[in-house]
Design a protein. Structure first.
Length: 256
């Protein structure tokens, strides 16, 4: 189990394995600002193996029974949409994947439905009918409705596969220190950014940009690593594709 140590002077934070914290330790020196500070959550004579992660709690969505459904959903959406750094810095890195996955599927599905809805409102009349079928003319309406109904399944597949790939890339960069569940939590709660699709015209573009930004922030905060490692991990597929294309081009030129 990892313990989150946060410097109160410069807000530097680092996840440290419990077993590496000496028994009875009370203070630490920040590697960034060199200031000494008290390690919160440690009691005198207490073994580090019994310390809970300080400053991290389940997101409001996971405390709906305590806060109420409306407040639980509202506070989670507000955190992701307007203050993602604070939201993910204090979000628990463990506690099960069912709740965060449900939140991710719900918000991602709503975002996709909103985008399809706006496309239907502004462009459906311009779309031609599909080819005739034994049942007669088949228009785009039923097809779009079918996609909307399948959006929860699409969202689930996207979140699960995306989390697996992202965590693999983070592992390569030694940035997935809090485990796969933390990565899935980051990806799941980041899906709330897709709700910007509620805005006509620009909503889809804004949702896509903010989803990428929030994903980087969430991974950085929930794993306690640098932005450099997170961005490099996300760029690995593009680097590999670029190198592959370059190698193919060089081989082609040599063959000429």
């Amino acid at each position: 189990m990892m313990v989150e140590i946060i410097c109160p002077h410069c807000s530097f934070q680092k996840s440290v394995p419990r077993e590496k914290i000496p028994s009875g330790a009370k203070t630490a020196v920040c590697p960034r600002c060199k200031q000494r500070f008290e390690i919160t959550g440690l009691k005198a004579g207490e073994n580090a193996g019994t310390v809970e992660d300080p400053g991290r709690t389940p997101p409001p969505w996971e405390r709906r029974s305590e806060l109420g459904i409306g407040k639980g959903i509202g506070e989670s959406l507000k955190g992701v949409l307007f203050s993602p750094s604070r939201f993910f810095r204090t979000a628990a890195v463990a506690g099960g994947i069912k709740e965060p996955l449900a939140f991710g599927v719900l918000t991602a599905s709503l975002g996709m439905m909103l985008e399809i809805c706006w496309q239907g409102v502004f462009r459906l009349g311009d779309l031609p009918s599909l080819n005739k079928t034994p049942l007669g003319d088949f228009t785009w309406g039923p097809l779009i409705m079918g996609i909307m109904l399948l959006s929860p399944l699409i969202a689930t597949i996207f979140i699960c596969i995306g989390s697996l790939v992202l965590h693999l890339l983070l592992t390569i960069c030694r940035a997935g220190r809090n485990g796969f569940e933390a990565t899935l939590r980051a990806v799941s709660y980041s899906q709330a950014a897709q709700l910007w699709a509620v805005i006509p015209f620009l909503g889809s573009f804004l949702a896509g940009i903010w989803l990428m930004v929030v994903t980087v922030i969430s991974v950085r905060e929930i794993h306690g690593v640098s932005y450099v490692k997170v961005i490099f991990a996300l760029l690995i597929p593009f680097i590999v594709m670029g190198m592959t294309v370059m190698a193919g081009l060089i081989s082609f030129l040599i063959s000429l």
